[in-house]
Write a protein that binds this ligand. Structure first.
Ligand SMILES: [Zn+2]
Ligand SMILES: [Zn+2]
Length: 125
């Protein structure tokens, strides 16, 4: 699967399916995306190839580095110190995200009260 930022500076490819797909309701994801929550696909680092452009890195907390296009601001991925060698990509930056299947909800404790979860998937506080 391929994806990239809005302006096309950054392009990437993944060669395997994600090992994890989760919706995150945390405040940091909300600020970074501008949206009430973000769905991420997690990959082993070595199945993700940047084919074009160099994302800019930003440490959004002690353990999380987020990267984005410094021209258009689209997010590219985040890494989490406690889960080494994995890359989490917001599914909205894939060219066709329609095949992703949500597996869980995380940081539900920070979810906005009017977001109602309508499935029985696992939820992490
Ligand atoms: Zn861009
Ligand atoms: Zn989050």
């Amino acid at each position: 699967m391929e994806g990239g930022c809005h302006c096309g500076t950054i392009r990437f490819k993944v060669t395997k399916d994600p090992y994890w797909v989760g919706a995150c309701y945390c405040i940091d994801c909300r600020k970074i995306s501008g949206s009430p929550y973000t769905v991420f696909a997690g990959y082993d680092e070595n199945v993700v190839t940047l084919s074009q452009g160099i994302p800019k890195n930003y440490a959004s907390s002690e353990k999380v580095i987020r990267s984005f296009c410094d021209t258009c601001g689209s997010p590219f991925a985040y890494t989490y110190k406690e889960v080494p060698n994995k890359l989490f990509i917001p599914i909205g930056v894939f060219d066709d995200p329609s095949s992703f299947v949500l597996q869980k909800h995380i940081w539900v404790s920070q979810k906005l009260p009017w977001i109602i979860i309508h499935d029985d998937l696992p939820q992490e506080i």
